[in-house]
Write a protein that binds this ligand. Structure first.
Ligand SMILES: CC(C)(COP(=O)(O)OP(=O)(O)OC[C@H]1O[C@@H](n2cnc3c(N)ncnc32)[C@H](O)[C@@H]1OP(=O)(O)O)[C@@H](O)C(=O)NCCC(=O)NCCS
Length: 220
């Protein structure tokens, strides 16, 4: 998820209001409420993991897509697909060694997911993300609105699983907002399972972090 300082421009009040109405209409009151709380200072996410040691499912997208890794020369194409992101920010992710798996339909970029195996950070969670050996952190999945619900994002995840398994990695992890049902559905379809909840409460400069897990999984 991109932080506000990585987004191209600051939103006006009219844009914020129209976004609030859009969230209320499309995602419902629960999602609206938690998005509002996250702006105020309370944030929480589910962490999910997926072992790469077991079988990897076959997912058939409902349209023919070609999957590849985004190249530095394709950053402008990516920014055309994610117009809210700045090209220098996208290039900096690639420079930091992150992978971006993209799906194209008839040559047009319609879905992408990022991954890294290095220590990184999340501006949304306001903390470092330290990975264990053999672990891959996947983030910022996005499918163009016109192509959602066609199993494109799960197809990208499966390609990533094969790629990382074949290069010796053992597990993929990611986080998602609990009310983001489309994302949870897409992840669960390819075998991701929740193992804990992490978040923080921020009041002024004071911030209290919490992490609860139902497994003995020592995250971060
Ligand atoms: C999450 C996301 C990447 C899923 O991509 P996708 O290619 O649509 O994935 P799927 O086709 O598997 O659809 C996943 C779920 O989206 C929902 N969905 C179905 N049709 C949809 C549509 N037309 N529009 C929106 N969501 C739809 C369904 O809940 C579906 O699950 P189901 O098939 O089990 O019912 C996509 O919804 C997206 O880009 N969302 C905005 C960004 C985001 O939230 N990213 C995740 C950050 S952690």
């Amino acid at each position: 998820m991109a932080s506000s300082n990585q987004i191209k421009s600051t939103w006006s009040w009219q844009q914020k209001l129209s976004r609030a109405v859009e969230v209320l209409q499309k995602e419902g009151i629960k999602s609206f409420w938690f998005k509002l709380l996250s702006e105020i200072g309370y944030r929480r996410v589910f962490w999910l993991k997926r072992s790469l040691e077991g079988p990897i499912p076959n997912v058939k997208p409902r349209l023919h897509v070609a999957i590849s890794l985004l190249k530095k020369t394709e950053v402008n194409e990516y920014v055309g697909f994610r117009t809210e992101l700045d090209s220098s920010y996208v290039a900096s992710r690639l420079d930091a060694g992150h992978w971006c798996f993209v799906a194209r339909y008839k040559g047009k970029l319609i879905s992408a997911t990022w991954a890294t195996t290095n220590q990184t950070s999340s501006s949304f969670l306001a903390r470092e993300i330290r990975l264990k050996p053999g672990e891959v952190y996947t983030y910022d999945s996005f499918t163009s609105p016109d192509f959602r619900g066609l199993s494109v994002s799960p197809t990208v995840k499966v390609a990533m699983m094969r790629y990382f398994r074949d290069t010796g990695y053992r597990q993929m992890i990611c986080w998602v907002l609990p009310e983001n049902n489309p994302s949870l559905n897409a992840l669960q379809r390819v075998g991701f399972r929740s193992f804990g909840m992490m978040g923080h409460v921020k009041i002024g400069l004071w911030r209290w972090h919490f992490y609860r897990t139902h497994e003995s999984y020592d995250l971060l």
